[in-house]
Ligand binder design. Structure first.
Ligand code: 5GP
Ligand code: MG
Length: 178
């Protein structure tokens, strides 16, 4: 078991909280063109949990619907390249979908979900990720909203795990093996 106390902190709890508020402000400007009750926020589990909760509360509308989809591609620190998903989502036809994930890496997760959701004919599809590693991209994808762009590090905390550990850290740290 790695000792997280020695991991370098990339973003503190305070930096995260501040950036989430700013990001929510940016996203709100985009969403206020639509009726609140046509907006569906879709989170990609499990990594998104902290960001999703903070973001929804910061967006501050009681009318948004929230849906969760389970998806996984990482085994340990390595992307398997294959996306596994379970999807029992509500009807999103003619809805405004805000698709939210923790981090964009190769871009495969977002790209495949965007394709998957577009087939269901939403009125608009907007994407948001708290972190982005643009140097790791293998498929073309640029999120509409990003919290922070970061270099190529494997990070944990604020919902992000390594084989299910370190998810509950309040800050975001660079993972190091023993
Ligand atoms: P992509 O499909 O863009 O390669 O990967 C996206 C998913 O891989 C993210 O939703 C996240 O779950 C996982 N992932 C990518 N980079 C990292 C990272 O640095 N740390 C952790 N914990 N997960 C990551
Ligand atoms: Mg994820």
């Amino acid at each position: 078991m790695s000792d997280y106390k020695n991991f370098k902190i990339l973003f503190t709890e305070q930096q995260i909280a501040l950036r989430v508020q700013e990001l929510a402000g940016e996203i709100r400007l985009k969403l206020e063109k639509f009726n609140p009750d046509e907006i569906v926020v879709v989170g990609l589990l499990k990594g998104v949990i902290f960001f999703l909760v903070d973001l929804i509360r910061a967006l501050g509308s009681p009318d948004y619907h929230v849906e969760l989809i389970t998806v996984s591609s990482y085994q340990g620190q390595h992307s398997s390249g294959k996306i596994k998903m379970t999807d029992k989502m509500c009807n999103i036809r003619d809805k405004v979908v805000l698709l939210v994930d923790d981090i964009v890496d190769t871009g495969r997760t977002f790209a495949s979900f965007v394709n998957h959701l577009k087939m269901r004919e939403p009125k608009e599809l907007i994407t948001a990720a708290f972190l982005d590693k643009p140097s790791r991209r293998e498929v073309e994808f640029t999120p509409d909203f990003v919290g922070y762009s970061i270099p190529d590090h494997f990070v944990v905390g604020y919902g992000l795990d390594c084989d299910e550990s370190h998810r509950s850290l309040a800050d975001i740290r660079i993972y190091e093996k023993d």
